[in-house]
Design a protein around this ligand. Structure first.
Ligand code: ZN
Length: 255
């Protein structure tokens, strides 16, 4: 069956003399592995459409029982030059791809996940984007899209709203098992991670704003590290593959 879909290139690997094997995240079929014959020849017709991170419209010959599908055509929709031409942003772009890759296994479409990735890449591509804010927003959205239950707005024990004054004092405590923070009046859960009130405030704000607004939020290095650390920890406690995500440790190079 010949199918056409939008796709984002997650990984690329040389194969044989002139071919490539790619991992794609597609809008219609979820994650797929494809072989592209002649992708590396001097006269390759694909251009940047098969580069890692490129957003392309692809045509393939798809057989249900086959693990590796045959890609025959790819037209570039967006290369995200605002990301790939800037080394500090590129690392964040790779982090977006790597987290998604760890999240999805076999072929299964997930419109919301696809939209989260597409919109975050687009936001990171904007000249005024602040990469740490984009990544924090993305991780929150990923957790929501996967249904991994996180609430950054209320105390996980007594449901007090963190928007009210004095519900948080010097520190908050984040629990993976409970998927959120405890307030100043409640005892922290045994698995808690101490978190600054600044970080809770930033996560609360990002949680209620769209990605294009969130992308412009200035986030301190400390809040960025704390926030990424606890969101990755929460993801890892539900999705074991997340523990292998290396991008975040590489981001330290730029802090
Ligand atoms: Zn409480």
């Amino acid at each position: 069956m010949i199918v056409k879909t939008d796709a984002i290139v997650l990984r690329s690997m040389k194969y044989g003399e002139t071919s490539k094997i790619l991992t794609l995240y597609t809008r219609e079929f979820g994650r797929m592995s494809v072989i592209v014959k002649g992708a590396r020849g001097a006269k390759s017709k694909f251009g940047a459409a098969l580069d890692v991170m490129s957003h392309s419209s692809v045509v393939m010959y798809k057989k249900d029982q086959r693990e590796l599908q045959l890609l025959t055509q790819a037209d570039l929709l967006d290369q995200y030059r605002g990301i790939i031409d800037h080394p500090d942003r590129l690392m964040y772009g790779f982090a977006l791809l790597e987290f998604l890759s760890a999240t999805v296994n076999g072929e299964e479409a997930h419109e919301e996940l696809y939209a989260v990735l597409e919109h975050s890449l687009l936001a990171l591509n904007a000249p005024d984007a602040r990469p740490p804010a984009v990544l924090l927003h993305y991780l929150l959205r990923l957790i929501h899209a996967l249904g991994l239950g996180i609430d950054v707005q209320h105390c996980v024990r007594c449901r007090a709203d963190f928007g009210e004054e004095s519900t948080l004092q010097k520190h908050a405590a984040f629990s993976d098992a409970r998927g959120g923070f405890t307030c100043a009046q409640c005892p922290p859960a045994p698995d808690s991670l101490r978190t600054s009130v600044e970080t809770v405030g930033i996560l609360r704000w990002l949680d209620t704003h769209a990605v294009d607004q969130s992308a412009r939020l200035a986030v301190s290095d400390r809040a960025a590290k704390e926030g990424m650390n606890l969101l990755q920890r929460h993801l890892s406690s539900h999705v074991p593959e997340m523990r292998k995500v290396k991008s975040l440790s590489m981001l330290d190079l730029f802090s």
